[in-house]
Design a binder for this molecule. Structure first.
Ligand SMILES: [Zn+2]
Length: 401
């Protein structure tokens, strides 16, 4: 299979680090609001990738996290303060909503679904390693990674320092913190006052009371569930900098193993009314709202009708169209008892699309072509085989359990 690797900026033939085994880490949600289509686009893509890797015979271990500890004073913290509830309650409430929406879309639960709040000791261990390795420093109860000590910092994005500063500002990365030696230094541990309100997380640590930085959370959960080096790391394209660059600097800085992840896969933007769907805008298209009106498979079809590296604009007309198309496909499929050699032969018109950087739009097109053949097929035996082949394709794309 060929995949576009954001690290090398080219399509590469996928070969795992350990033969027969694949480890995948995908950055999960920060739970403080409803799941929007941009989230669903990312997580449904990775859901299909995992299904396909398993079809290829790999033993896959898939980790996804919940960023339930808010590093900065926004998102969960802000909402929890506004509603005067403990941060955990708010994070758990929205995680449940997310899982409910995603399960409705036939999304399979990752092997490891990890909460940041349950991994504080692992984060502390990595921070201690970074201090020991001379890459990090302590100042006034906080711990920071000195980006200038990690010589290849920025290798994933290729961004200039100027560009990084601009983005870091948008991400509220605390670039004006006077305790930092350089504005781009990564916050590993953010100090908190000893007496805190219920909406602010605070944990004890050898560096003093505080909470982990956003980026160290993923380095820790990846390391403790998948090991020092992983095959595939994924997430939305906005995470390339600062989040993924920081993860690389932290993980490689702590373990000394390069690369931390062999392949980096990033899903692109979904927009609505000309604006990018993101948490900071009020233009969200909620998955739960769409599911009130449309079947889950219609939503899934619409998402997969776009390649994961395509930025696209959501239009409601498209989901109406997706509904008709998926119904047509489902009407003609028949479940086989097993995937026989004959079915595999018929799959040869479908699989090359999956092999080609998981091109789900053209894979769907191939299934429609197969449906056309089924309708006109005169030989009943061949007709049945083609119906069974259609089932296997639809199962691989997650339309059928
Ligand atoms: Zn992450």
């Amino acid at each position: 299979m060929k995949l576009y690797n954001s690290l090398t900026k080219k399509q590469e033939v996928f070969t795992p680090i350990t033969e027969g085994k694949v480890t995948v880490y995908v950055c999960g949600i920060t739970p403080y609001d409803t799941t929007h289509l941009g989230h669903a686009f990312t997580y449904i893509f990775f859901d299909v990738l995992i299904r396909y890797l398993e079809f290829l015979g790999y033993s896959v271990t898939y980790t996804q996290n919940v960023t339930d500890i808010n590093d900065r004073d926004n998102d969960i913290l802000k909402r929890a303060q506004e509603q005067n509830v403990p941060w955990q309650n708010l994070a758990n409430f929205w995680t449940d909503k997310f899982l409910h929406d995603m399960h409705t879309l036939n999304w399979r639960m990752p092997d490891n679904y990890l909460w940041a709040s349950a991994h504080i000791p692992s984060m502390i261990r990595i921070i201690e390693k970074l201090l020991k390795n001379g890459l990090a420093y302590e100042k006034n109860g906080g711990v920071y990674l000195d980006v200038r000590k990690k010589e290849d910092f920025g290798k994933l994005s290729g961004f200039s320092e100027e560009k990084m500063l601009e983005i870091a500002k948008d991400f509220e990365e605390d670039i004006e913190n006077k305790d930092k030696r350089h504005p781009l230094d990564i916050t590993l541990w953010r100090p908190t006052e000893s007496t805190q309100a219920v909406h602010i997380p605070s944990f004890d640590s050898p560096f003093g009371p505080g909470r982990p930085g956003w980026h160290i959370e993923c380095s820790a959960m990846s390391l403790c569930s998948l090991g020092e080096q992983i095959d595939i790391h994924g997430g939305g394209i906005d995470l390339i900098y600062p989040h993924h660059e920081s993860e690389i600097a932290q993980s490689e800085g702590a373990t000394g193993k390069v690369p931390f992840a062999k392949y980096w896969l990033h899903t692109h933007h979904v927009s609505y009314n000309g604006e990018k769907m993101s948490k900071s805008l009020g233009n969200l298209v909620m998955v739960s709202k769409l599911l009130e009106k449309y079947e889950p498979n219609a939503v899934r079809y619409m998402l997969l009708a776009h390649h994961y590296r395509e930025s696209w604009e959501f239009k409601e007309g498209e989901i109406g169209d997706a509904r008709k198309k998926v119904k047509e496909l489902l009407r003609h499929q028949v479940s086989p008892h097993q995937v026989t050699e004959e079915i595999k032969t018929y799959l040869s018109s479908f699989l090359p699309h999956m092999e080609n950087d998981l091109s789900t739009p053209t894979a769907l097109k191939a299934l429609h072509d197969l449906t056309d053949e089924i309708v006109t097929e005169q030989n009943e035996e061949v007709k049945l085989l083609k119906k069974q082949t259609l089932h296997v394709g639809l199962h691989m794309l997650g339309f059928i359990l």
